[in-house]
Design a protein around this ligand. Structure first.
Ligand code: FES
Length: 146
């Protein structure tokens, strides 16, 4: 867990957590391989690689609609099912209008939704069940951000 946020913690039980306060204002944090945040006050954990050009989503943010926004080109994800709901605005070093490309990426990304992990709030921390195999492919059984 070398690239986790320093405020996150892990236990031998297969759970890791981050302080709720660290997720205020749309902030997200990395917990192991997972990007953790709050969407409409519900905790979520999704894998951290953008489906566009693999940016680290734990460097992104949650917008007013509760979507996870990629830090590189602004692709937006519905964390309830991991699907990209808006494609990127640009590619490589370019940031700007790219309508056809945006729709193309959104189209292929529907086959590669973000994986999810079960989460819960325990005291003042969001706990991620890092050992859970359930909910890893958007089957709606993990209870995260539903
Ligand atoms: S890498 Fe995420 S939108 Fe481009």
């Amino acid at each position: 867990m070398t690239d986790s946020d320093p405020s996150s913690s892990a236990s031998s039980s297969g759970a890791a957590s981050v302080p709720l306060a660290a997720l205020a204002g749309g902030a997200v944090r990395r917990v192991g391989a997972w990007t953790v945040g709050l969407s409409r006050d519900e905790p979520f954990a999704v894998d951290s690689r953008c489906r566009h050009q693999l940016a680290d989503l734990s460097k992104g943010s949650v917008d007013a609609d509760g979507c996870l926004v990629c830090p590189w080109h602004g692709a937006r994800y519905d964390v309830r099912d991991g699907r990209m709901v808006q494609g990127p605005r640009g590619f490589f070093g370019y940031h700007g209008p790219s309508r056809g490309y945006r729709e193309l990426v959104k189209g292929y990304a529907r086959f590669l939704p973000l994986l999810r992990r079960a989460t819960s709030v325990q005291g003042d921390r969001v706990v991620v069940d890092t050992s859970s195999k359930t909910g890893s492919q958007n089957d709606g059984t993990d209870g995260s951000a539903s």
